[in-house]
Design a protein around this ligand. Sequence first.
Ligand code: S3P
Length: 170
Amino acid sequence: MLKNKNIVLIGFMGVGKGSVAREVIKHSDYITIDTDDIIESMQNRKIKDIFAQDGEAYFRKLERNVAAWLESSVKNTLISTGGGFYKQENLKKIGTVVLLDSPFEKIIKRIKHHPNALKKLKKRPLLKDLKKAQELYDERRPEYLKVADIVIDVTKKSALECSKELLKKV
Ligand code: S3P
């Protein structure tokens, strides 16, 4: 059943937001959109090219535009977000914020074991340097926890199990 409110899925790169979102829509009436996909289609280019050509600050500006649009125009939707989207000032106004939580090592292991591992790493400019990515994770994790209405520990759970837990808790 829909709650007449969006669900905003946040969490670090590679934690499995997309996989959980796909399971949620299979088992509920929600539809899903992804903030990175919206930005890529608005710009008609890949995130990694936006970073390379115009820099991160420009990408963050695009995220703010998307956040304003989501708040004003989107309802009853599961919104999967890029790992830095949680910083939006209006995040809580967009919907119920659900954090997918996992230790950094498990996230890296998950990506490395994925059949498309190389592609997954290539498309994420901020994962290029693992030491820097770990620092970013350490900086963000407390902030993720602070902004989240609901936290789902994804370790030792399949995407399907996480999706069921999400639908029970929202
Ligand atoms: C980013 C995460 C990426 C993407 C961009 C920046 C971040 O999304 O938005 O590369 O700042 O953590 P995913 O979390 O889907 O990888």
